[in-house]
Design a protein around this ligand. Structure first.
Ligand code: F6R
Length: 640
């Protein structure tokens, strides 16, 4: 069941109902993380008020990271607009990097003040955050005193948590003991990789931290853990459904009597009741669920779809589906045809062909197309083959790079170009200034506007090289430089009218029949999500314009993960030659080669990921019993 903000988090026991029988931790799944965060903030506010009415103080254990940001935003709103006071609140933060100065913008000290403490009336003496400046020989005593202080305050009434992909809570990495208290720890490599973008590169991420222990966390009377996004789905499943293990420290929460995991749809998507609901109870067999189940069954049994038997369905919890839809034979044929109809070498539609069962319309034969690319390179990484076909098949293709992507260019790369400019013209004042700025730059300081400008230019020129290679004229390449991105730091602004106006103007000018946009929501630093929101917002505004009736929106993925097979509505095959052409187009984005700054959890370069993913999609089609292509790019049509 999906909860809503009007429907507060209910306290049920995990495994109480049939559909949760695999689950060992109570959890609720919301449509989106904003709604869920508001609900959690309301629970915290209610607790603060209840304690106030009893004349008692309220002791909160708090977390940092991306997960709780919206919860803090809502608490600040409740303070400002609804008079919620924090005067009776004492807080203990879970952790802090070590060593770490309080004033450092990457410190959790800075984070907490920026997101919460500076905006509410909490008494400064009631704020406790592990101190990253303690001399190493004093850490033990300091940690013991932190524990004692929590006890003296009356213990934690409420503990807010996020979860790391290693299964850490706080910074209790794999191997942590269930009985551990506040202590210094060494961060897991994956945790450092995840923090790399905030620190502008993994080498800047501290190796150690001070964290509350498992026992400290579990001493809280109430625990709420937040989990958002697909990248958390597998650790969430392991934690909720797996066995208790020091290798996934969050599993220790299974024995806490009052814990709730608050998840969004994506983070909860791998729980058995969501991923394979037919294995837990009887289902309502919608078209989507049927497709999902048949693909799953085929992959599970390693049989092509047309080879599945009644017995396969019955043995795998799908007898209800057979009873409803007839025999395996009918189901198999229907599903096979559905998948077959998604495959096309004509992503812009095949002229003069019957398009009844094709993913795209035959008319108009020549379409106007906008490919929105969040960064300058997502176009070729995620849909280079399709882009190439659209150009080759004579459509009017426009590429619109939504952001400048300047932050992902290293200083070394920028220095190289500034030095080239300076060697061509030794009097080039700007080049000299840039060289000086980069040479004197201290760790983690923001680039000067000139350096940012140069970094953006590098990416622009690389993009032209790639689009020219695919055969596109420069006039069809648009650099939108959306302002939300131009902060010079990883933290981006919210979308504003200025961003949406730029998007709308381009769409209005081109009046496209097709828009392609990145639906790659697992982007570790969120830019793809914002860029997609910018597309949705713009389409909401322009929806009523007559030309929009003919405009279809296709979402691509590719840099981080692929659509599920049952979701794909258009699959564009690539020949081995096209795979090579796509690889070369990606290579033109040289500043992103070798030294991928924001690669998330995947160590491969972008061209390798894209190639392997496209090959994998083709292999999966083949394993389901369809034709054997070298690679395939996949799309989902989005009705706006
Ligand atoms: C933060 C903390 C960590 C994070 C976890 C998830 O104080 O202790 O356990 O909660 O690493 O981080 P995000 O929320 O950034 O995904």
């Amino acid at each position: 069941m999906i909860e809503t903000a009007k429907n507060p988090i209910k306290h049920k026991t995990a495994g109480q109902f049939e559909e949760t029988r695999f689950e060992k931790i109570h959890n609720v799944i919301f449509n989106d993380s904003d709604e869920a965060s508001i609900c959690v903030a309301q629970e915290i506010a209610a607790l603060i008020r209840e304690k106030q009415s009893q004349g008692k103080s309220c002791v909160l254990g708090l977390a940092t990271g991306s997960s709780p940001i919206k919860v803090y935003e809502e608490l600040v709103r409740l303070h400002k607009e609804e008079g919620l006071s924090f005067k009776n609140v004492t807080t203990f933060n879970l952790d802090e990097y070590y060593p770490m100065e309080k004033s450092n913008i990457q410190s959790y000290h800075y984070f907490m003040h920026e997101h919460l403490f500076n905006h509410v009336d909490i008494l400064p003496e009631n704020v406790n955050i592990p101190d990253g400046t303690i001399p190493s020989e004093d850490i033990r005593d300091y940690c013991l005193s932190y524990e004692a202080k929590i006890k003296d305050a009356g213990g934690l009434d409420f503990q807010l948590l996020g979860i790391g992909r290693t299964g850490h809570i706080g910074f209790n990495e794999p191997g942590s003991h269930y009985n551990s208290g506040t202590r210094a720890i060494t961060l897991h490599h994956i945790t450092r990789v995840d923090a790399a973008s905030a620190f502008l590169g993994i080498n800047n991420v501290p190796r150690k931290a001070i964290t509350m222990g498992i026992a400290t966390v579990k001493s809280a009377k109430r625990i709420v853990l937040l989990g958002w996004g697909e990248h958390k789905a597998s650790v969430v499943k392991e934690t909720i459904e797996g066995s208790v293990s020091s290798q996934v420290p969050a599993t220790y929460l299974q024995s806490h009597p009052n814990t709730t995991f608050v998840l969004d749809k994506e983070a909860g998507s791998m729980l058995t009741r969501n991923k394979t609901p037919w294995l837990v109870s009887s289902c309502e067999w919608t078209k989507e669920l049927t497709s999902k189940a048949v693909v799953w069954l085929s992959e599970q049994t390693k049989k092509s779809i047309l080879s599945l038997t009644d017995k396969d369905y019955n043995d795998n919890g799908m007898s209800g589906l057979l009873a409803e839809k007839g025999s395996a034979y009918d189901l198999n044929i229907a599903m096979f045809n559905k998948l077959q109809h998604t495959i096309t070498g004509w992503p812009g539609g095949k002229p003069n062909a019957d398009d009844t069962y094709r993913p795209e319309r035959a008319t108009p034969a020549k379409k106007r197309v906008i490919i929105f690319s969040p960064h300058p390179d997502d176009d070729v990484i995620s849909m280079g083959g399709t882009f190439d076909r659209l150009v080759e098949q004579g459509h009017e293709v426009h590429i619109a790079y939504q952001t400048s992507g300047n932050i992902a260019v290293t200083d070394e790369e920028a220095l190289k170009f500034a030095e080239v400019a300076s060697s061509i013209d030794p009097n080039n004042k700007q080049a000299k200034e840039i060289i000086q700025h980069i040479s004197e730059k201290k760790e983690n300081t923001i680039d000067s506007p000139e350096v940012r400008q140069l970094k953006g230019t590098i990416r622009r020129k690389e993009s032209y090289a790639a689009t020219r290679y695919v055969g596109l004229e420069d006039k069809n390449v648009h650099f939108l430089n959306l302002p939300f991105y131009e902060t010079g730091t990883i933290k981006k602004n919210k979308l504003s009218k200025a961003d949406i106006d730029i998007m709308c103007n381009l769409i209005e000018e081109i009046k496209p029949h097709q828009i392609y946009a990145a639906g790659d929501l697992a982007d570790p630093h969120g830019t793809h999500r914002v860029c997609l929101d910018a597309v949705f917002e713009s389409l909401k505004i322009l929806k009523k314009a007559p030309y929009m009736k003919d405009c279809w929106l296709w979402l691509y993925r590719g840099a981080w993960h692929e659509w599920d097979m049952h979701e794909i509505e258009m699959a564009v095959p690539m020949s081995p030659d096209q795979v090579l052409k796509k690889r070369r187009a990606i290579f033109y984005h040289q500043s992103q080669k070798d030294n991928v700054m924001f690669q998330g959890d995947d160590a491969r370069e972008f061209w390798m990921r894209a190639e392997e993913r496209n090959r994998e999609t083709a292999k999966r089609y083949h394993a389901l019993g369809l034709a054997d292509y070298a690679a395939m790019e996949a799309f989902v049509r989005y009705e706006y």
